[in-house]
Design a protein around this ligand. Structure first.
Ligand SMILES: Nc1ncnc2c1ncn2[C@@H]1O[C@H](COP(=O)(O)OP(=O)(O)O)[C@@H](O)[C@H]1O
Ligand SMILES: [Mg+2]
Length: 239
C-alpha cells in the first residue's frame, strides 16, 4: 500500500492555478525525488501534502485516509514532517531550542532525540547553545533537518535542502540522508540539482508548470527524457 498519494491534486493561489491534476505516490521507506525548474510547483505540492494549503479531502490520501482538508498540526501528528524551503528557524533561539521545538509534534518513542540528531550532525553538538543566526547556512540546514526529525516522522519532506550551499557542505548534508532512511523514514527530496536527486532516489517525478512531465525509477530514466521533461524541449543533450 502507498504510504501517501495525491490524486488529481490541484492547487491555486487566488486566481492563479499552480498545480493541475498531480498524481503522486510514495511507499513506506521509499525515497522519491521531485525535480523541476523554479516555479514548477514543487513547493506547492509539499504545502498541499502538509496542510499548509488546504485541499479537497480525497486529493491527499495517507494510509488510505483522506487528509487533504486536515490542518498542518494534525498532519504532522500523523508522522509527516517538512524541512521547509529557506529553513525557517527561530533566529533568536539556540540550536538546542530549535531542535526541541520539533519534538513538540513527537509521536511516541522513536529513534530521533537530541543525542541521535547530534550523532547525525556532530557539529551541532558543538554549537548547541549558539543562536541559529550565528550558524553557517549549512549548519542552519542541519538544524532544520534535525528539527523535522525530532518528531520521528514516517515521511520526511525536504524542500531544496541544497539551495545556496557550497558543494562540500551539500555533500555532508546528503551523506546524512541514507542514515535517515535507515531509521525507516520515507523521504521526498525536492531538488533543482538533477544529478544530486537521482543519486539518492528510488523513483523520480519531474514537474513542469504544475504538471507531472516524467515519472520513473531513478535507474531507468534517461538524460534525454529528463531534459525534455524538465525544460519542455525535445533537444538532445550531449552524452
Ligand atoms: N504565495 C504565493 N502566491 C502566489 N503565487 C505563488 C505563491 N507561491 C507560489 N506561487 C506561484 O506558484 C507557482 C509554483 O510555485 P512553487 O510551488 O513555489 O514552485 P517551485 O517550488 O517548483 O519553485 C509559481 O508560478 C509561483 O510564482
Ligand atoms: Mg520551491
Amino acid at each position: 500500500m502507498n504510504l501517501l498519494e495525491t490524486r488529481a491534486l490541484t492547487a491555486s493561489y487566488g486566481q492563479f492555478r499552480a498545480l493541475f491534476g498531480v498524481d503522486f505516490r510514495i511507499e513506506p521507506g521509499e525515497v522519491v525525488a521531485i525535480i523541476g525548474s523554479n516555479g514548477a510547483g514543487k513547493t506547492t505540492l509539499l504545502r498541499s501534502i502538509t496542510g499548509i494549503l488546504r485541499q479537497t479531502p480525497d486529493m491527499v490520501i495517507h494510509r488510505g485516509e483522506a487528509i487533504g482538508a486536515m490542518a498542518p498540526d494534525r498532519i504532522m501528528q500523523r508522522g509527516i514532517s517538512m524541512v521547509p524551503e529557506g529553513r525557517m528557524l527561530f533566529p533568536s533561539l539556540s540550536v538546542d531550542e530549535n531542535l526541541r521545538i520539533g519534538a513538540q509534534a513527537r509521536r511516541g518513542a522513536g529513534r530521533w532525540v537530541l543525542e541521535t540528531v547530534f550523532d547525525l550532525f556532530p557539529i551541532l553538538l558543538e554549537r548547541r547553545n549558539s543562536p541559529a543566526t550565528a550558524l553557517s547556512g549549512g549548519q542552519q540546514q542541519m538544524v532544520a533537518i534535525g528539527r523535522a526529525l525530532m518528531s520521528n516522522p514516517e515521511l520526511l519532506l525536504c524542500d531544496e535542502i541544497s539551495l545556496g550551499l557550497a558543494p562540500v557542505v551539500i555533500r555532508d548534508i546528503y551523506a546524512a540522508l541514507p542514515l535517515i532512511r535507515e531509521s525507516g523514514a520515507a523521504m521526498v527530496v525536492v531538488e533543482q540539482d538533477i544529478a544530486r536527486a537521482l543519486s539518492i532516489a528510488d523513483r523520480v517525478y519531474c514537474l513542469m508548470e504544475g504538471r507531472v512531465t516524467l515519472e520513473g525509477r531513478a535507474t531507468d530514466v534517461t538524460r534525454e527524457a529528463i531534459h525534455a521533461a524538465y525544460f519542455g524541449t525535445q533537444e538532445k543533450v550531449q552524452p
